[in-house]
Every structure is written in C-alpha cells, then in structure tokens.
Ligand binder design. Structure first.
Ligand SMILES: NC(=O)CC[C@H](N)C(=O)O
Length: 245
C-alpha cells in the first residue's frame, strides 16, 4: 500500500488550547493516515515558539480552552491573521474546536471582555449567561453516520448566510442553543463545538478532512481506501487506551 504521499499537520498551541483531550484529534488523523501507508508529520506550535511556519501546513488544528487561554492564543494568532485568512481562502484545511472555533470569527465576547477574532469566518460569538453543556448528536448530509461529541461552552456563535452549518442538531444545544444547527463548514474550514475528542468518535468526518487535504496537495490522489473492520476496531482501541483516562 506504500505511496509517497505525506501530510503535514500543524497543531496550534496544544499547551494552551487542549480542553477535554482535543489533542486526540491529532492522534486520530495521524493514525488514520499511517494505516493507509501515508506519512503524517505533526508540528506542534506552542506558546514558546517565536513564529509559526504555516507554509508547509496541509492541515491546521486548534482546540478548545478557557476564555483566559483563548485571549493569549488570539493575541498570538492575530500576528498571523492575513496568512491564516489567505490559507483558508485558498482551500487550506483548518479544523477548529470550540474555543478555537470562536477565534476564527469577527469577535468572541466573553462575560468580561471582547476578544478580536481572526476574521476567517463570517461568524461572531456573544457571551451567554449559562453554559451549554450536553452530549450532542448532529445530522450531516455529507455522512451516513451521525456526528457525535459533547459541548461545554458559554459562547453563542452566530453564522453568516454564506456559511453551511456542520450539522443539524438532533440532540444537544449547538451554536446558539436555539438555532437548531451546530458548527460551520466554509471551504475546507471545519469548525465545531464538539469535543470528544471529535475525530476518533467520527471516523467518516476524520477521513473527509484527510481527503480534503490529500486532494488539495496531490493531483493524482484518488481517495482514501476504507480501513478494514479489524483496523477500524483497532483504531478505536488505540484512542481509548491513549486518551480516555
Ligand atoms: N470548551 C471550550 O473551548 C470553551 C470555549 C469558551 N471559553 C466558552 O466558554 O464558550
């Protein structure tokens, strides 16, 4: 199954935004590539790094966190605002969970302050007076399996008309608690409130993200081969052993 495909995954600020084991999303993407003979290189960009090298990025991931950590990360990412916007506009694959999701918009208003966003998505997040905490089940027409995870956020995220929600809420709260929708897909940006970690729980969504990156990077890429059942079960056990404590 060997091939010379290689995917570079940039994990932004896992030292600050890694709520509820969101780093498990990186392990899942890495493994699901390697199990198909595709090399995955993970570059972690932490608060100690003086600069972020996005040029080689095929997938960028940013996880969730508390308001305080979000403020720190946003001030760091605003230095790269134009480059990140150009990356997303040019079809770069960007996966953002919860706090990371909120930072992609115009602003994130917390109970105490207003954090300027990266302006990558036509969304904004207002502070809620309660936290939206629930298991979540979404219906997404891209997949025949529901998308599942859990949410814990005070922010209420409002999305612009030219953005497609990730899914219709069948159980849980979603973007605002009453819109009936959750998350956003815009070009190859997939943003959601769902922790879990998200991708090990939703292998079809993970493979969709990997295919977006591979198709964008390699003209001759003709799709990911499905994993056999044994490997799919092994994938679930690997994540459970490594990340579910
Ligand atoms: N789970 C998170 O990442 C939380 C995001 C943000 N701090 C909020 O409360 O809405």
């Amino acid at each position: 199954m060997g091939n010379n495909y290689e995917i570079n995954i940039v994990h932004l600020y896992p030292d600050l935004l890694n709520l509820y084991g969101d780093r498990g999303n990186i392990a899942c993407m890495e493994k699901r590539l390697k199990w198909r003979g595709i090399d995955a290189k993970v570059h972690m960009c932490t608060n100690q790094d003086s600069s972020i090298d996005l040029k080689a990025a095929d997938i960028i991931f940013v996880g969730g966190g508390s308001d305080r950590e979000q403020e720190i990360v946003c001030s760091l990412l605003l230095e790269k605002k134009e480059e990140l916007k150009a990356y997303a506009e040019n079809g770069g694959v960007l996966v953002a969970v919860c706090g990371g999701y909120q930072l992609l918009g115009k602003y994130y208003k917390t109970a105490n302050t207003k954090i300027e966003g990266l302006g990558i998505l036509d969304i904004y997040t207002d502070a809620g007076d309660t936290r939206l905490i629930s298991n979540v089940v979404l219906e997404c027409e891209k997949f025949d399996q529901p998308i599942v995870g859990f949410e814990n956020h005070a922010g209420r995220t409002y999305i612009g008309e030219n953005h497609t929600p990730l899914g219709k809420v069948k159980f849980g709260n979603g973007n605002t608690g009453d819109s009936g929708y959750e998350g956003v897909i815009y070009k190859n940006v997939i943003a959601t409130y769902l922790h879990g970690p998200l991708l090990p729980k939703n292998p079809q969504l993970c493979d969709y993200i990997l295919e977006c990156a591979l198709k964008r990077k390699y003209d001759d890429f003709d799709g990911l081969k499905p994993l056999d059942d044994e490997l799919e079960n092994k994938a679930n056990k690997y994540i459970a052993d490594k990340y579910v404590r």
